[in-house]
Ligand binder design. Structure first.
Ligand code: ADP
Ligand code: ASP
Ligand code: MG
Length: 432
């Protein structure tokens, strides 16, 4: 049966990281093995910055510098991996960079989301070109597949919707029953007409789940720079503990509330086919991983904390002093939908609705403009939202000590509290 491996940006960030993939892939003997790979390191951020330069007439020099630096960093990895024998690979990388440059010229007046997808997709095309060459030269027989011909989507750029039936057909035709390693890109897809699309930032996890679903895979393994899923981001909480077993449903909750370790869309396709997801460390592959499946018994074993920074609090009150009844709520939530704004916390009172949103300036400003016609809107910036799953009161008190709670929402399993970021610690500590 098929296994799907996914390697994120950190696991292919440089030549050493790429060298490190070989033993991880060789240790897994069963075939087919589908390997889904992200762009190297922070390449996607760099491509987004390049896009901003490309669309601004006054930043031609910045564009050229950034383009040259991206090209040089990929060529350097080719040199580090292959030394004197890197010329043919570097020629292929150069061709991809020429295409990227051409796409920027062609799309500079296209709508931003379309321009985004035609250019930001090159991060994954470049990384997989390098990795496929490396594996083949290491004797790991690898076939490079263009995910834009396999992950078939509509044309909703930057957040494309999958055509499951066309995708299943395309993937089964190309990727089923092969005994080679099949290497492809995360994050990217294409329309039936061959226009590139993307699935949303951090979408490579979702790509891995799509391949697994379509091929009825036995398992998906996501390789990370952490040994598995923790009950809080180990970079921000000094005593986070690993969750060794978790259900699909609980993992969706954590991801949905902002745990930036797995894309929330990943779990649905796996749950439907009961395909287990293993999260393990590419640095210490022997360490016990986290396993996510249908078993819910361990979900409430440890409380989990999730932080979201750069939050904005909006308090919305009707101008005519009327109640915040269902038609009003419907109207306000409708305006969120129209402006593409997601609320991470929604709370209501008789004459007020409280919303907490990510700070996406353009969308928020157009939402506020639209609300201001009928409502009084106040806005507060630079806030941090803390979400706790399965909290006890003592824990909430300890986590909130010394800072004012500006908004709160609570149900049987989850409490959310909003704080001023300046009042929050640099490193958090989970109370005993
Ligand atoms: P990649 O893109 O390489 O697949 P990410 O950087 O997206 O990996 O995810 C790994 C990072 O997620 C870790 O370095 C860790 O800091 C962060 N993270 C956030 N929340 C959690 C959590 N609950 N458990 C584990 N890691 C987490
Ligand atoms: N490269 C894309 C990103 O950085 C997709 C991914 O890594 O999952 O968002
Ligand atoms: Mg990532």
């Amino acid at each position: 049966m098929t296994t799907v491996f996914k390697f994120g940006g950190a696991s292919v960030k440089d030549a050493d990281a790429i060298r490190h993939l070989t033993p991880l892939i060789e240790a897994h003997k069963e075939r087919p093995l589908v390997v889904v790979i992200s762009a190297m390191g922070k390449t996607t951020n760099a491509l987004e910055a390049l896009l901003a330069d490309a669309r601004d007439d006054s930043r031609g020099e910045d564009y050229r510098e950034r383009f040259a630096s991206l090209k040089a960093s990929h060529r350097e990895v080719a040199d580090a991996l292959f030394g004197d024998d890197a010329d043919s690979l570097k020629a292929r990388l150069d061709t991809l960079f020429d295409e990227l440059d051409e796409q920027h010229r062609r799309h500079r007046d296209s709508p931003y989301p379309e321009h985004y997808d035609q250019t930001v997709c090159y991060g994954e095309l470049l990384s997989t070109t390098l990795v496929a060459e490396w594996l083949n030269r290491q004797g790991v027989e690898t076939e490079w597949l263009d995910a834009r011909e396999l992950i078939i989507t509509d044309g909703q750029h930057q957040n494309a919707n999958l055509d499951w039936s066309a995708t299943t057909d395309a993937i089964r035709k190309r990727a089923g029953g092969d005994d080679r390693v099949l290497l492809t890109q995360g994050f990217i897809g294409g329309t039936p007409g061959g226009v590139s699309t993307t699935l949303g930032r951090e979408g490579s996890d979702f790509s891995a789940a799509i391949f697994a679903h379509c091929l009825d895979a036995a398992e998906v393994v996501i390789w990370k720079d952490v040994p598995g899923l923790f009950n809080a981001d180990p970079r921000r909480f000094d005593n986070a503990v690993q969750l060794k077993r978790l259900s699909y449903a609980e993992t969706i909750e954590l991801a949905w509330h902002g745990a930036k370790v797995i894309h929330p869309k990943t779990l649905g396709p796996l749950k439907q086919k009961a395909i287990p997801l293993t999260v393990r460390s590419f640095e210490t592959p022997e360490a016990p991983p986290s396993v996510i499946d249908a078993d819910t018994r361990f979900d409430a074993e440890h409380p989990s904390c999730i932080l979201r920074d750069d939050q904005v609090l909006l308090e919305v009150k009707p101008k005519d002093f009327s109640f915040m009844d269902e038609p009003r709520q419907h109207d306000i939530l409708g305006r969120l939908v129209e402006n593409g704004v997601h609320a991470n916390l929604i709370d209501g009172g008789a004459m007020q609705i409280t919303l907490c949103c990510d700070n996406k300036p353009e969308r928020l400003e157009s939402l506020i403009e639209s609300l201001k016609d009928d409502y009084e809107v106040t806005r507060q910036d630079e806030l941090t939202l803390l979400t706790v799953r399965y909290p006890c009161q003592g824990m909430l008190d300890a986590l909130s000590e010394g800072r004012e709670t500006l908004a709160e929402r609570r149900n049987a399993t989850t409490t959310q509290r909003l704080f001023r970021t300046e009042e929050c610690p640099e490193t958090w500590h989970l109370p005993d």
